[in-house]
Design a protein around this ligand. Structure first.
Ligand SMILES: Cc1cc2nc3c(=O)[nH]c(=O)nc-3n(C[C@H](O)[C@H](O)[C@H](O)COP(=O)(O)OP(=O)(O)OC[C@H]3O[C@@H](n4cnc5c(N)ncnc54)[C@H](O)[C@@H]3O)c2cc1C
Length: 418
C-alpha cells in the first residue's frame, strides 16, 4: 500500500501539469493513467500554445454557416446525423451560452486564463530542457481565401489585439506568399498572430513534464479510473505498483471525465468535439509555423524534421464511434493544394481525438459538489495544451490551502448544479 497526499487521475497535459504543480507545493503526489503520459488527446493535437485564443469558440450563430454545415458543404464542422439526438441538450446549451449577452462574460473568464499560458509554460519548458527541440516561437497564421472575409476578420482581430495586448500583423496575399513561400495556392491574406508558440510533438512535451515531475519526487503509476474507491475520509485506487491511498483525488481524465464520474452520481454535461490528424514525413519545404486555412478547416502543423501534421476542425459524432474520415480526407486533399506534398507519404494516422468541451466553454476546476477530497479538472476544449499549466497551478494552490493566483469562481463545478 502506497500513501500519498493526492492522486491525480489522468496524465494528459492537464493532469500532468496539475501533478507537477502539486509537487511544487510540497505534496506527495501519485499520477495515475491507463497509459503512459501524453498518449491520448494531448498527443495528437495541432500543438499550438494559443496565446491569441483569448475567446473560446462560440456555437456558430450565422444562418448561412449553419445551413452550409447542415448540407455538409462546410468542412470546418462535420456531424453524424444519428449522433445529434444524444448531443442535442448539450449543443442547445452551448448555442444558448454563445448569445452575445452571455458570451461576453464567458470570454472574460476565458481570457483571464489564456493570458498566463506562455508565462506558465515557459519555466516548465526551460526546466524540462525542451526549448530548442520542442518549442518554436513562430506565431500562427490564420489564412483567408476571400478578401472580403479577410477585411472583416482583420477588423475584429485588430480590436482583439488592442483589447488583450496581442501582437498581430495583417498580411495581404503578397506578404503572406513572401512570409510562407512554400504555399502553392494564392490566398487573400492572413492574420499573423505573433504570440503563439508551436510545439513539435505535444505528447512529447507532456512526457517531458512528467519526467520533471518524477525528477522532483513525484510518482507515476499505471492504473484505471474504474478502481477508484472511497477509503474512509480519503480515496484509494489500484495501480500496477499496488493500491495507492490519498486524502485527495483530482479527476483530470479529459474527455473520459464524464463516464468516470457517473458511478459517483455526477452527470457532467461534457461533450466531445472530435478531431483527426494524419502526418506526412519528409515534406519538402514544410512550413515553419502552423497555418490554418479557415475556408476548409485545414490546419498545417509542423512537427519538426520535415513532418507535417494535418489536423481537422470539429466532428460531432458519438463518443467512441468509429472515425468518420470524410473531413480528414478533404483536409489532406486541401493540404495538397496548398503545399507540395510530392513524394512524401502518410507517416501516421488517421488519428482520432476528442476535445473535452463544456456547454459554457469554460473548464471545470474545483471541489466536487458532494465528495470531500475529490477535485474536478477537465473540460479544456480546444485549448487544453495551452491551458494545462495555468489551471494546473491554480488548482494545486487551492488544494495546498493557498489563494490561487487566478480567481477560481468562474470555473467552479458548482455552476453546473450537478
Ligand atoms: C485535432 C485537435 C487539435 C487540437 N489542437 C490544439 C492546439 O493546437 N492547442 C491546444 O491548446 N489544444 C489543442 N487541442 C485540444 C487539446 O488537445 C485538449 O484540450 C487537451 O489535450 C486535453 O488534455 P487533457 O489532459 O484534459 O486530456 P487527455 O490528454 O485526453 O488526457 C486524459 C488522460 O486520461 C487517461 N484515461 C482515460 N480514461 C482512463 C481510465 N479509465 N483510467 C485511467 N486513465 C484514463 C488517458 O489515457 C489520458 O492520458 C486540439 C485537440 C484536437 C482533437
Amino acid at each position: 500500500m502506497m500513501k500519498a497526499s493526492v492522486i491525480v487521475l489522468g496524465a494528459g497535459m492537464v493532469g500532468t501539469s496539475t501533478a507537477y504543480h502539486l509537487r511544487q507545493q510540497g505534496l506527495e503526489v501519485v499520477l495515475v493513467d491507463a497509459r503512459q503520459p501524453g498518449l491520448e488527446t494531448s498527443y495528437g493535437n495541432a500543438g499550438v500554445i494559443q496565446r491569441e485564443a483569448v475567446e473560446p469558440y462560440p456555437f456558430p450563430r450565422s444562418v448561412g454557416k449553419l445551413f452550409k454545415v447542415g448540407l455538409g458543404l462546410d468542412n470546418t464542422v462535420h456531424y453524424t446525423p444519428s449522433a445529434l439526438p444524444g448531443l442535442a441538450s448539450r449543443l442547445l446549451r452551448y448555442w444558448w451560452n454563445s448569445r452575445p449577452s452571455a458570451y461576453g462574460h464567458i470570454a472574460g473568464a476565458y481570457s483571464a486564463l489564456i493570458r498566463h499560458a506562455l508565462d506558465e509554460h515557459l519555466p516548465m519548458i526551460e526546466r524540462a530542457g525542451a526549448s530548442d527541440q520542442i518549442i518554436k516561437d513562430t506565431g500562427m497564421y490564420i489564412m483567408y481565401r476571400s478578401a472580403r472575409e479577410l477585411t472583416a476578420e482583420a477588423a475584429i482581430a485588430r480590436q482583439k489585439a488592442q483589447q488583450y495586448g496581442l501582437k498581430l500583423d495583417v498580411l495581404n496575399g503578397t506578404e503572406l506568399a513572401s512570409a510562407q513561400p512554400m504555399l502553392k495556392c494564392s490566398m487573400a491574406g492572413a492574420l499573423h498572430w505573433r504570440d503563439p508558440w508551436s510545439i513539435h510533438g505535444p505528447g512529447r512535451l507532456v512526457g517531458r513534464y512528467a519526467e520533471l515531475f518524477g525528477h522532483d519526487g513525484g510518482h507515476f503509476a499505471i492504473g484505471h479510473a474504474q478502481t477508484l474507491r472511497r477509503d474512509g475520509a480519503g480515496w484509494q485506487i489500484g495501480t500496477a505498483d499496488g493500491v495507492v491511498q490519498a486524502e485527495h483525488v483530482v479527476i483530470a481524465l479529459g474527455p473520459w471525465a464524464g463516464e468516470a464520474l457517473q458511478p459517483f452520481g455526477y452527470n457532467v454535461p461534457l461533450f466531445a468535439k472530435r478531431g483527426y490528424h494524419r502526418e506526412y514525413g519528409a515534406v519538402k519545404n514544410c512550413p515553419d509555423a502552423p497555418l490554418l486555412d479557415t475556408h476548409t478547416g485545414t490546419m498545417l502543423a509542423p512537427m519538426g524534421d520535415g513532418v507535417l501534421r494535418i489536423t481537422t476542425g470539429a466532428d460531432f459524432s458519438r463518443f467512441g464511434a468509429p472515425p468518420a474520415l470524410r473531413q480528414l480526407t478533404r483536409c489532406c486533399h486541401h493540404a495538397g493544394e496548398m503545399l507540395d506534398l510530392g513524394g512524401s507519404r502518410p507517416k501516421a494516422g488517421p488519428w482520432l481525438g476528442n476535445r473535452p468541451c463544456m456547454p459554457d466553454m469554460l473548464p471545470v476546476i474545483g471541489p466536487a459538489p458532494r465528495h470531500r477530497g475529490m477535485w474536478f479538472h477537465f473540460g479544456h476544449g480546444h485549448q487544453g495544451i495551452t491551458l494545462g499549466p495555468v489551471t494546473g497551478r491554480m488548482l494545486a494552490e487551492r488544494i495546498a490551502g493557498k489563494t490561487p493566483f487566478i480567481d477560481m469562481t468562474p470555473y467552479l463545478p458548482e455552476r453546473l448544479n450537478l
